[in-house]
Ligand binder design. Structure first.
Ligand code: GPU
Length: 837
């Protein structure tokens, strides 16, 4: 407030405050100015990277003007804001998205042409912002897009990793990890060196009575690390709203940094202290659906939660409101349990710093938080050891024990003498060492807990959180089925399809209201429309075929059926089922005469995805796919009938090429293991059909698009437990066709068979936990049905169009509106001058 310019001196500001370019000429002027002055380059020294940089800076300027206005508007409106806390934001590229969202891609395209560049080449210069692993991080990015597009006052909070998810290379069929240093030049971020928070670690807790006889608790000593804010603008589509994504970067606190060490010759140890501080935000943990309990990860979590909470509380305090109004001003959503310490931190602030009484403080806390669960896999449920927390965050451990006591006393009152129940719901697991169950803490500290698809939300209520349904009743638990942003995943990734749809629907309104897609149904029998639809798919396949040739050297026939499975490599996602199916197809093809082989629908099996660096089984699956590809792709008898491709370094920008080019994509997790899946939605929205299990959002996709438009197979979630039991205690026999596949692998056909022993043994000897053998037969038969259906292109295209027309439900806009209504209780902020997209 004291830093604002006095009212009577604001005229000059208003006169000169920049408005941002609107025309092609203004755009060109901005680009050239940035290239020549900001970047100190010239027209004699301007490559595509420089042109990308200049273009991005021009768009960044535009966004930041709207960003400023949005922030002012939100502050004046004094409405409740939503803060989305996520350790991952898998944003991908920003430039194309910024151009489309502000509606100036056409201007940029023409302007760049005048300056000697093609807009596609410039866009592809950008390095992905890859601050996430997979679905969870990409969901956060889609949510930010929807929050801004719907004009919700919203901030994302995360960590500014120096290294995002590693780059994957394949060498001799093996995954190799290359560090992803992405900050060399990032025009999209604004360092806020004036927005810092000192975060404390270690130390000890001092409890004493002060001079006035008041109990004081103080967390003392330890070490301080400074969090510095870096802001990235998040533009909404077709609206002036530009929200903020604030990422924290760590460095040694200036208060803490020991300059005397420099002088006394301890230069190295001073530098070591500094490096230790910077390590906190150095690297994203590359695990998907797995938590390994490393201290540095816990440090990341607290560092980010403490800085974000401090920031939120600081902003709230400026309003001058009283604490009981906090939940009317602030909603905080926890993206999985990673930010659960935020609950404890807010309680600490209210109790230790603001002097509130326990029940009052706890009431505020629970009204503020909501928790989203993204998995039922036991290995992904976070637990932190008590000694670890004791050492790093001694005060927080005390508060966790008090929260637990307060909660268990409540349970005891409602269910007297049920000691079993008490120990089952206790936040502390009585193991050696004792562990803090973060999901339980998140449930107890939130007013709503949600799963991410209907089946998943039912499963958490009947399995992992069953006892909490007993304690709280069913209403604390709810479902919000995931969604995706149609801006990036249709309009940006598949501009021709978007344009064709717009031509039939009379404009691009469907990008803001995806249910309008149902207006496509009347065109399902329109011959010309169907032809164009098929042509666009074909053109997208040609583009992917070019990418495959360029990156793998393998030439594939774009007329073949493109069968795609791209996602993190995980046993539960069952890429092994897919590759075993491919090997079986190869065996079948080899058994045919040359004549018969010509009649087979040709297929390209495309895989992509990263394995966590320490996940050996996942790496083995990648190795097998690559070895199988080498053999099949070089077998002259096979030719176009079958090709197997592993695409390196699957990421968001590659997904934008791959997703529009699929005929069939695979979403084949063991039933009950994939919480939702979101790429299934992206593929269908782009006119691809799906082969899938009755798992996650596949079930709701089926309900929306109709059973005749999806290829379902495999056992149901309710039968999984019995089948697993049977593997150990019944007379269990591996499927005989699958055995043929194993025999071929064991013969050494795909290289050293011992490399794949563990993969086979997991099924034949170790209980086949993921039910690969049980589902193999129905998987194969469903693939055969797909071959038959694909031969009838007429029917295929009908399924494709019908599906797209019925995908309206899966927009992340619907999803965000549900969160807003049922969990956050927030309203969009009215925006006067809605722009035309
Ligand atoms: N998910 Br937990 C991740 O991508 N990483 C994780 O660590 C955890 C969950 C995914 C789920 O596997 C996927 O089914 C879901 O669609 C996605 O989160 C978003 O909810």
């Amino acid at each position: 407030v004291e830093s604002s310019i006095p009212e009577h001196m604001r005229e000059a500001w208003r006169k000169y405050s920049p408005q941002g370019f609107k025309t092609k000429d203004e755009f060109e002027g901005e680009v050239v100015r940035h290239i020549e002055t900001t970047l100190a380059r010239s027209l004699f020294n301007c490559d595509e990277l420089a042109a990308y940089s200049g273009t991005s800076l021009a768009f960044r300027d535009r966004l930041i003007i709207d960003w400023n206005k949005t922030q002012q508007r939100q502050t004046f409106a004094d409405q409740k804001r939503i803060y989305y806390l996520s350790l991952e934001f898998l944003m991908g590229r920003a430039l194309d998205n910024a151009m489309l969202n502000v509606g100036l891609k056409g201007v940029a395209k023409e302007g760049l042409e005048d300056l000697g560049f093609r807009v596609e080449d410039i866009i592809s210069q950008e390095h992905d912002a890859a601050l996430g692993n997979g679905g969870l991080g990409r969901l956060a990015a889609c949510f930010l897009d929807s929050l801004a597009s719907l004009n919700y006052p919203a901030w994302g909070y995360g960590l500014r990793y120096r290294y995002g998810i590693f780059k994957q290379e394949i060498e001799n069929g093996y995954q190799v990890e290359i560090p992803d240093y992405w900050l060399d030049f990032n025009p999209w971020e604004f360092p806020r060196h004036d927005v810092t928070v000192d975060v404390q670690f270690y130390g000890w807790v001092n409890k004493y009575t002060d001079d006035e006889g008041k109990q004081v608790v103080s967390w003392q000593d330890g070490e301080l690390v400074t969090a510095t804010a870096y802001d990235a603008p998040v533009p909404g589509y077709g609206t002036p709203t530009v929200n903020n994504l604030r990422l924290w970067s760590s460095k040694a606190s200036s208060g803490e940094f020991d300059f005397s060490k420099f002088n006394s010759g301890e230069y190295e140890s001073a530098v070591a202290d500094q490096q230790r501080a910077e390590t906190i935000s150095a690297v994203l943990y590359p695990n998907d659906n797995l938590e390994r309990g490393k201290e540095l990860r816990l440090k990341q979590q607290y560092f980010w939660c403490a800085a974000s909470l401090h920031d939120i509380v600081r902003r709230f305090k400026k309003t001058g409101r009283t604490w009981d109004e906090f939940p009317d001003q602030v909603a905080i959503q926890l993206n999985d349990t990673h930010p659960t310490l935020a609950i404890v931190e807010l309680q600490r602030i209210l109790i230790d710093k603001e002097g509130l009484e326990w029940p009052k403080a706890w009431d505020i806390v629970t009204k503020t938080f909501g928790y989203t669960n993204h998995t039922v896999l036991p290995e992904a449920l976070e637990k932190w050891s008590v000694p670890l927390i004791q050492n790093l965050l001694p005060r927080h451990l005390q508060l966790i024990y008090e929260i637990n006591l307060y909660f268990l006393q409540q349970v005891e009152r409602r269910f007297p003498k049920d000691r079993d129940l008490l120990s089952r719901v206790s936040i502390i697991e009585e193991s050696t060492p004792k562990m803090v169950r973060m999901a339980y803490l998140a449930i107890v500290g939130s007013h709503k807990v949600n799963g991410v698809a209907e089946l998943h939300s039912d499963l958490i209520k009947t399995t992992i959180f069953k006892d909490f349904v007993t304690v709280y009743g069913p209403d604390k638990f709810t479902n919000v089925t995931n969604g995706i942003t149609p801006r990036r995943w249709l309009h940006q990734a598949n501009p021709r399809l978007s344009e064709l749809i717009a031509s039939k629907l009379g404009g691009y309104d469907f990008l803001k209201d995806l249910t309008l897609l149902n207006k496509l149904e009347p065109f399902i029998d329109d011959k010309d429309f169907k032809k164009e639809w098929a042509e666009i798919k074909y053109a997208n396949k040609v583009r992917l075929a070019q990418h495959i040739l360029k990156t793998t050297g393998v030439s594939v026939n774009p007329k073949a059926l493109f069968d795609v499975q791209v996602k993190r490599i995980h046993e539960y996602k069952r890429q092994q089922l897919n590759i075993f199916g491919v090997i079986h197809r190869y065996i079948t093809l080899k058994g045919l005469s040359a004549e018969e082989r010509k009649k087979v629908a040709p297929r390209v099996s495309i895989f992509g995805g990263k394995a966590a660096p320490g996940y050996w089984m996942a790496k083995t699956i990648i190795h097998l796919i690559n070895k199988v590809g080498e053999v099949i792709n070089n077998d002259p008898e096979i030719g176009d009938a079958l090709k197997v491709i592993f695409l390196e370094d699957y990421n968001v920008s590659k997904a934008e090429i791959i997703v529009p080019a699929s005929d069939i994509s695979e979403h084949i997790s063991t039933a009950g293991t994939e919480a939702s899946g979101t790429s299934n939605m992206k593929f269908v929205l782009n006119g691809g059909l799906v082969i899938g299990t009755l798992d996650g959002a596949n079930i709701e996709i089926t309900r929306e698009i109709g059973e005749q438009n999806i290829f379902l197979f495999g056992n149901l979630s309710e039968d999984v437990e019995d089948l697993r039991h049977h593997h150990f205690y019944g007379n269990y026999q591996v499927d005989s066709e699958l055995q043929k596949v194993f025999d071929l692998i064991k013969s050494g056909k795909f290289g050293d068979e011992s490399a794949f022993g563990a993969l086979i043994a997991a099924i034949t000897e170790h209980g086949d936990y993921y039910l690969v053998s049980d589902d193999f037969d129905s998987y194969r038969k469903t693939q055969d049905l797909i071959d038959e259906t694909f031969k009838n292109q007429e029917e295929w295209v009908t399924k494709s169009i019908t599906s797209v027309a019925r995908m309206g439900f899966f927009t992340s806009d619907r999803c965000i509106n549900e969160y807003a209504d049922t969990i956050w209780n927030i309203e969009p902020l009215a925006v006067a001058d809605e722009k035309e997209a």
